[in-house]
Design a protein around this ligand. Structure first.
Ligand SMILES: [Zn+2]
Length: 106
């Protein structure tokens, strides 16, 4: 289930993810995401560096998320279908607007 994945990402962000999840990285959009090989669920991780402590990227902050760096390990989840199919999105803090289309998230 997706919450198992989230719990793992929260506690052990650098660990390999267990089957059926697969960690993927789109080199074109530089987006880290997770794919469920069983049911095709996509979880996009928009946290800086995908929650990984990548060398030289720790100070890069997504402009949507402000300057609050206190909660490195917090994450929030919402889902959207504005990209064509239902996807889950992980963000480092609560957002009100969809990062993809700018609509309000209910
Ligand atoms: Zn959207």
């Amino acid at each position: 289930m997706i919450y198992t994945l989230l719990a793992l990402l929260l506690v052990y962000p650098e660990h390999p993810v267990p089957y059926p999840w697969q960690r993927c990285y789109d080199t074109v959009t530089e987006v880290l995401f997770y794919k469920n090989l069983d049911d095709g669920t996509i979880v996009i991780d928009l946290r800086p560096g995908g929650g990984l402590q990548l060398t030289g990227q720790s100070s890069d902050r997504h402009p949507l998320f402000g300057d609050n760096q206190d909660d490195q390990n917090s994450l929030f989840l919402f889902y959207t279908n504005c990209l064509g199919s239902m996807i889950y999105v992980i963000v480092p803090e609560r957002v009100q607007l969809c990062p993809f289309c700018g609509r309000f998230i209910s």
